[in-house]
Design a protein around this ligand. Structure first.
Ligand code: PBG
Length: 329
């Protein structure tokens, strides 16, 4: 009761504030997403993601060494492949010499201790830009899951530590876990995108990988039959509990900032680590505002990421991973 209790006493100096601060960011909290392309010496800036690049394998190697020196311990790999290699069933995703498989080996050779996480979904390999196989205007669930399991196995064989299915098919965690167990890859972790919403914030990412759903008759224009409706909260819990039952080691909420109520609710409900993906649109918004001088880039970046961690995230996938690690160091 005032004046016995004056809350401002604990805010009087930075030393005092830092003594009582509840949430502190560290480079090891972060997962750095990386976009990989074919070629040599390729470093292409993504138009809607200023200062973020697609890298060829030689530059990926350099980048990963730099990230490790900054204290970052995990990367999440995505590949952009040639249109000619795309089909409806994601055949190229299973190629043992495919770009993803080579990227995994490149990272592991460059920094063996770096945790390699891989995106598992068909969209970068799909001629239709969908996360699963399309048939008669629908995204097939079970056939897609079977391919996703094969894809996960292929990543595991190439040396991935964590597979991260981002597709939202029902039962895919069970399919993946079962196949990995059967094939002896018992230590590969699954980070499930459990509560992944059908979000307009993924736009810049789809530019980066050229992976947006195509505008063709009889092909769904969006991902709303598999990604979640953003009005829903109970459903996020249901999805997450099922993924854990099916064998997920880490569960994820995506996007970040608009969904922190979901993060906290899941954090309070489950006993596995919760990851949050601060997505491309969130990155783009801050970069754009900072370019115009409307927001202080570093201050807003730290505030947003601290809010994500405070909401219950054990780890954060973010395009700011390198920026924030530099700032902390
Ligand atoms: C695709 C995938 C997406 C992202 C990660 N994996 C896009 C989508 O679902 O369309 C989005 C990441 C981002 O926006 O940063 N399976």
């Amino acid at each position: 009761m005032y004046p016995l209790r004056r809350n401002r006493r604990l805010r009087t100096s930075e030393s005092m504030r830092s003594l009582v601060r509840e949430t502190i960011l560290s480079p090891k909290d972060f997962i750095a997403p990386l976009f990989v392309v074919e070629g040599k010496g390729v470093k292409e800036e993504i138009a809607s993601m200023p200062n973020y690049y697609r890298l060829s394998l030689d530059l990926l190697e350099k980048e990963v060494k730099e990230l490790w020196k900054l204290g970052l311990k995990s990367v999440l790999l995505f590949v952009k492949i040639d249109d000619k290699l795309k089909d409806n069933t994601g055949k190229e995703a299973l190629n043992p010499d495919g770009l993803m498989q080579r990227a995994i080996k490149t990272v592991k050779n460059a920094v063996p201790e770096m945790l390699v996480m891989t995106d598992v979904a068909l969209d970068p390999f799909s001629m239709y830009g969908h996360d699963g196989i399309v048939s008669e205007g629908k995204i097939l669930n079970d056939d897609s899951s079977a391919v996703l399991a094969e894809m996960s196995l292929s990543h595991a064989k190439a040396g991935a530590d964590v597979v991260a299915p981002s597709d939202m098919m029902d039962g895919r965690i069970f399919e993946i876990r079962t196949l990995l167990e059967d094939e002896g890859f018992v230590d590969i972790a699954i980070m499930a995108y459990s509560a992944k919403y059908a979000s307009a914030f993924y736009g810049p990412f789809r530019d980066a990988l050229d992976s947006a759903p195509v505008d063709v008759k009889n092909i769904p224009k969006d991902k709303r039959t598999y990604q979640m409706d953003y009005g829903n909260r109970d459903e996020a819990i249901k999805e997450t509990l099922m993924d854990i039952e099916e064998g997920a080691d880490i569960v994820m909420v995506k996007p970040g900032l608009c969904y922190l109520d979901i993060v906290r609710e899941i954090k309070n409900t489950v006993n596995v680590p919760v990851a949050v993906y601060q997505v491309s649109g969130e990155y783009a918004m801050l970069k754009a505002a900072a370019e115009r001088g409307w927001l202080d880039h570093d201050a807003v970046m730290m505030e947003q990421l601290t809010a994500i961690k405070r909401s219950g995230a054990s780890m954060i996938a973010s395009y700011f991973a390198k920026d924030v690690a530099k700032l902390i160091n």
